[in-house]
Design a protein around this ligand. Structure first.
Ligand code: EPZ
Length: 430
């Protein structure tokens, strides 16, 4: 078991390079199951969620060959099973993508669903609705069993009752090898939706409209393979932007797509943080006191829910009263209790947090409760005076590549300390 020991109060300064997008990688790697050939995937983040997916594919019979720390070749021509390891699949929320990919390629799949939940009810009814419309029978239990009734899926018109990243990507995967045309209406538009579509097209699929409300997928008989490079991680970049906003200082953030960052940049500008974009970099500087702001999380291009905890930390140091409304998940403020231990003044009522800005935070022992909340607490520790000991950091390492090394390189006083006790919990929900 490890914890991070953070001695805060140092402004950040220097350059940080953003890794490949976690939420694109955890869709694109299982999507390799659809490919009857070799896929070469680059800009793969070196994070534990990705390593877990490599193990799942390897266990199914795929050949997974790491070319270097950020590039992999996956060959799914020798898949032996459509039932991923229960023990591995239950550890990651994104294992639902194995359903769409295996069902699409082989006409059946049996996949464990994670039993718990970090921020409210996380149903998969929209995924099931899509598969059913395409001719699958889906039986839900501890495992989800899906089978194409005629051995192969067929195209369908699917309206998503709610904008869902996972359901949009899963239906897209299931549809690329189906007979005929599938149309997804009210589709999610996140950058990783477009990235998955681009990956599938690079492998030989026919997907049009990703990034708009309507995605059209014309089924093809086979995906043959190819090369693809994953987009930079919008949320990792946003997390470093929030870190410099909270601590002060100046960071040049490299390997970003500035367009993807606008929803975050605009909010930081409103708070008095300078953000200058150029090609694939952002220069972020906080030279003046932070101003209050209201934030509501929404599907893309709205302010991302996966940046909600980080922006709440920044607002807890702003002058005046701010309000953060969580518009995607039912219960994503669980971390606030830990943040209050550092001196933040926040009241949560349901999906709304009211934040009275304070002049400073003070370090204390705290625990991460999920990935983004963990990253937010790192930021809080960096901004706080004194020492913060942050536990349960395995959550953070699921989605942030070398966060400690990257922060140390820009002046943060943060180190990883090995503890002797066993982990409190091994649940992994992303
Ligand atoms: C993805 O989760 C991300 N995870 C989450 O990021 C992110 O918070 C979320 O999208 C929203 O952007 C991955 O990409 C692996 P949704 P997902 O389906 O796909 C409801 C992180 O920190 N809904 O877009 O599971 C649902 O309850 C993680 O990186 C249904 O009602 O989210 C929620 O209110 C955490 N029925 C809303 O839709 C369904 O069948 C959006 O969920 C599916 C979802």
């Amino acid at each position: 078991m490890t914890e991070y020991v953070i001695r805060g109060g140092h402004p950040l300064s220097g350059e940080v390079v953003v890794s490949g997008a976690k939420n694109a990688a955890v869709a694109i790697i299982p999507a390799a199951l659809l490919v009857d050939g070799v896929c070469r995937i680059e800009n793969v983040p070196e994070i534990s969620d990705v390593t877990l997916f490599f193990s799942i594919l390897d266990d199914l019979g795929a050949k997974v060959r790491l070319l270097n720390r950020h590039a992999v070749e996956i060959d799914c021509r020798s898949i032996r099973s459509t039932r991923p390891s229960y023990e591995l699949a239950r550890r990651i929320r994104a294992s639902y993508y194995l359903l769409g990919a295996l069902l699409g390629r082989f006409g059946e799949a049996t996949v464990a669903m994670p039993g718990g939940c970090d921020f409210g009810v996380r149903p998969i009814d929209l995924h099931v609705k899509g598969f059913t419309a395409m001719g699958a029978e889906v039986i839900e239990g501890g495992d989800i069993h899906a089978v194409a009734k005629n051995g192969r899926l067929h195209g369908a018109n699917i309206y998503m009752d709610q904008v869902s990243v996972g359901a949009t990507m899963n239906v897209m995967m299931a549809a690329v090898l189906a007979d005929g045309m599938t149309i997804i209406d009210n589709a999610a538009k996140e950058p990783h939706i477009v990235d998955l579509a681009n990956f599938l097209n690079a492998m030989g699929a026919d997907v049009k409209g990703a990034g708009t409300d309507t995605i059209k997928i014309r089924g093809v008989s086979r995906l043959t393979g190819g090369s693809y490079s994953i987009i930079p991680d919008q949320i990792e970049a946003g997390t470093y932007m929030a870190a410099v906003a909270a601590t002060g200082g100046q960071l040049l953030i490299r390997n970003v797509i500035p367009k993807h960052m606008e929803c975050i940049s605009c909010k930081l500008l409103e708070m008095g943080v300078e953000v200058m974009e150029e090609d694939d970099t952002l220069l972020v500087r906080r030279a003046a006191p932070l101003q209050r702001a209201n934030v509501k999380t929404l599907p893309y291009p709205g302010f991302p829910t996966d940046m909600q905890p980080q922006i709440t930390v920044v607002l807890s140091l702003a002058q005046g009263t701010s309000m953060v409304t969580e518009g995607v998940w039912d219960n994503r403020f669980k971390y606030v209790g830990e943040l209050k231990r550092l001196g933040a003044q926040i009241t949560v009522d349901g999906k709304v947090a009211v934040i009275e800005g304070v002049d400073s935070l003070v370090g204390a022992p705290i625990q991460a409760c999920d990935l983004r909340a963990g990253a937010a607490l790192v930021i809080a520790g960096l901004a706080a005076s004194g020492t913060t000991r942050l536990g349960n950091v395995q959550y953070i390492e699921r989605g942030y590549e070398n966060i400690v090394g990257k922060l140390r390189a820009v002046g943060a006083d943060i180190e990883i300390v090995e503890l002797e006790e066993p982990p409190v919990s091994e649940s992994h929900i992303s």
